[in-house]
Design a protein around this ligand. Structure first.
Ligand code: BGP
Length: 477
């Protein structure tokens, strides 16, 4: 599927990495002064693991970094838990929290691994939800600024790559990630007020990063993917564009151009769900223009037109881990997602689509012309530890190989990509599917509810990815 004849490769300095997020792998949820965050307080689905121990990285970070070194990682993406640093959301700094991240960052640097740090990955301190309903209130902006300032001052001399908000769109579409109450979730005004506040939070983080971290590179993490029209009916193409706008450009435009996308703004006003602007918001949004875009990509979507009179279907997860148990979302007047018969899906019904990855990258780059770092991409699967003590995750190798090739083609197409952090370095807690849906190169020996010995075991994909890194992206078929 070459578009140009001359092959391109990965730049010499390409940052091959791995990714994670605090609430999904640190564990130690109530240790050393950390207070609960909203993710700690969501009751897990029946039979699934909670956030309390996860991969126990908090206690095993040293050995984990030794494994990262062995894998050959050049960069590593992780997030800082707000409630470990500021247990009250603001005010007194928890020095034990600072000490943990100091040790982690120092050890990464000692091992020549560049730290890439996310400020906000779904885990607001729970006390702020109780106090003023979190991101639904503008009060969060002062507290988030304080958190950013503390973190930049503590770690900014050693960390130069910063990510602001992780997947604002997921936070909106899966409101449990906001610590919301069921009454709120019915209310779209609430949803888009939060969207506005998150965008302001991003801009504040960018400004503070530039103030406190000389030489920094800062960007938002956007979870977005292309969609295909289900048929060649013009209405379906319109539906696909509607999805581009509502799930993608609406957020990119706020982050990068500092303004609401015109047709997205019309959509909000038409439904009476547009947020209120306070004085200064317009200027602040403009000041949030990032240095790069961080992209999370797992799957593509396919859509057909949905009439205005149709009944809305909210976004939902396949909780059973059995193919076919998915309910596709529908937005009246805009689009309905549906199955794509040309694409294989995972056990959780995510459509695997490397060509869609390339197309997503091109669409973003053509429109915004900012360098891109991939901060998540990977395959969630049921891995099996066999009697010989090995994990033969050939399916993951196949998935990643095809996506790395697609990324290489996107570079050849002219897209500037400077890093790739597959999700995830090691097994960790899924956002909605417990510990059975695994993504790592390193197996963590536990089940949903039996912690066993939490031993780390290298999967087949570990050795494979090590060679990809060593050869700067060569994929052997
Ligand atoms: C992204 C999140 C991650 C991660 C990943 C996989 O949306 O940023 O935190 O979990 O998706 O999703 P899941 O865990 O639901 O399989």
């Amino acid at each position: 599927m070459e578009y140009l004849k001359k092959p391109a490769g990965f730049p010499e300095s390409f940052m091959w990495g791995g990714a994670s997020a605090a609430f999904q792998y640190e564990g130690a949820w109530n240790e050393d002064g950390k207070s609960p965050n909203i993710m700690d307080m969501i009751p897990p689905h029946e039979g699934m693991a909670d956030t309390h121990v996860t991969s126990d990285h908090y206690h095993r970070y040293g050995d984990d970094i030794t494994l990262m070194k062995e894998l050959g990682l050049k960069g590593y993406r992780f997030s800082i838990s707000w409630s470990r640093i500021l247990p009250n959301g603001r005010g007194k700094v928890n020095q034990e929290g600072i000490a943990f991240y100091n040790k982690l960052i120092d050890k990464l640097i000692e091992n020549d691994i560049i730290p890439v740090v996310t400020l906000y990955h779904f885990d607001m301190p729970y006390c702020l939800k109780e106090e003023y309903n979190g991101w639904a209130s503008r009060k969060i902006l002062d507290d988030f600024s304080e958190f950013c300032e503390v973190v930049f001052k503590a770690f900014g001399s050693r960390v130069k790559y910063w990510l602001t908000i992780n997947e604002q769109i997921s936070i909106l579409f899966y409101p449990k990630f906001t610590g919301s109450s069921p009454e709120d979730e019915k209310d779209d005004i609430w949803r888009y007020r939060m969207n506005h506040n998150f965008s302001l939070g991003h801009a504040i983080a960018v400004k503070l990063c530039r103030k406190y971290v000389p030489g920094c590179k800062v960007g938002p993490v956007v979870g977005w993917n292309v969609s295909y029209p289900a048929t060649s009916k013009p209405e379906d193409s319109l539906a696909s564009y509607n999805r581009d706008v509502i799930q993608g450009y609406s957020i990119f435009d706020l982050y990068i151009q500092g303004k609401y996308n015109p047709s997205f703004w019309s959509y909000l006003c038409d439904r009476g769900i547009q947020p209120e602007f306070s004085s200064g918001d317009k200027d602040l949004l403009k000041e949030g223009r990032p240095d790069f875009i961080a992209l999370n990509y797992y799957r593509s979507a396919t859509v057909k037109y949905a009439f205005l009179e149709s009944r809305e279907i909210k976004h939902q997860y396949n909780l059973s881990g059995k193919k076919g148990n998915i309910t596709y979302p529908l937005r009246p007047g805009a689009y309905q997602e549906c199955k794509n018969d040309y694409l294989e899906v995972t056990d959780w019904d995510w459509a695997m689509d490397p060509a869609g990855f390339r197309l997503t990258l091109r669409k973003i780059y053509d429109r915004y012309e900012l360098p891109i770092m991939i901060t998540e991409n990977g395959l969630g699967a049921y891995d099996v530890l066999d009697d010989a003590g090995t994990i033969n995750d050939e399916y993951r190798i196949q998935y990643l190989a095809k996506h790395i090739k697609a990324m290489k083609l996107a570079i050849q197409d002219g897209v500037e990509i400077f890093g790739y952090h597959p999700w995830s370095f090691m097994d960790l807690l899924s956002t909605s599917n417990g510990f059975s849906k695994r993504y790592g190169f390193v197996y963590v020996n536990r089940t949903e509810n039996d912690l066993k010995d939490l031993r780390r075991i290298r999967k087949k994909s570990f050795y494979w990815y090590r060679n990809v890194i060593k050869t700067n992206g060569e994929i052997v078929d």
